[in-house]
Write a new protein. Structure first.
Length: 175
């Protein structure tokens, strides 16, 4: 990776981390770009070179994680009702636990769910808008997300494999 790309990734991460740190103590609506860049230690131009708005920082993080999930997969992601896929999904949620919980507690669950739905639809490929498969994807995404939020909020969460097996049993029983 060239120096410019590496530096751009560092700046994006610094901005994202700064925003999430600020959101721990105040709602996004009261966070200013000036506060973000001061905390991130970057120039204002760096913020606007990478993001259109504060909300764009949030969406950018979600898309980055989903792209990483897709690019580092060694199996067909459209086959989502497998223990391997659900366990891997839970591991990603756990890896990004503080971000996920921060988004959820800050009222951005709908944005996150929308990005997750779009990701799964893109992985599944072409299908009619009102197809049974699309509805099944929405059930899958919603069930995982709802379970994950409960799981990540636990002070002593169950092992990911236990949760994955429970999700698989619940969803497989509905077919």
């Amino acid at each position: 990776m060239d120096k410019r790309k590496t530096e751009n990734l560092r700046v994006r991460k610094a901005i994202t981390d700064a925003l999430f740190e600020l959101m721990k103590n105040q709602p996004l609506s009261t966070v200013s770009v000036s506060e973000i860049i001061r905390k991130a230690g970057v120039a204002r131009v760096s913020f606007y070179r990478n993001f259109d708005s504060k909300e764009d920082v949030l969406v950018g993080l979600v898309r980055y994680v989903l792209d990483d999930f897709r690019e580092n997969s060694d199996y067909d992601l459209s086959d989502n009702l497998t223990l391997k896929h659900i366990l891997r999904t839970l591991e990603y949620y756990y890896q990004y636990r503080s971000y996920v919980l921060n988004l959820h507690h800050s009222g951005y669950s709908a944005m996150l769910l929308d990005e997750l739905n779009q990701f799964h639809v893109s992985v599944a490929g072409d299908m009619p808008v009102s197809s049974e498969r699309r509805y099944q994807l929405y059930v899958f995404v919603g069930a995982i997300y709802n379970t994950v939020i409960y799981w990540l909020n636990e002070s002593n969460p169950a092992p990911a494999e236990t949760v994955a097996k429970s999700i698989l049993e619940s969803l497989a029983g509905q077919e």
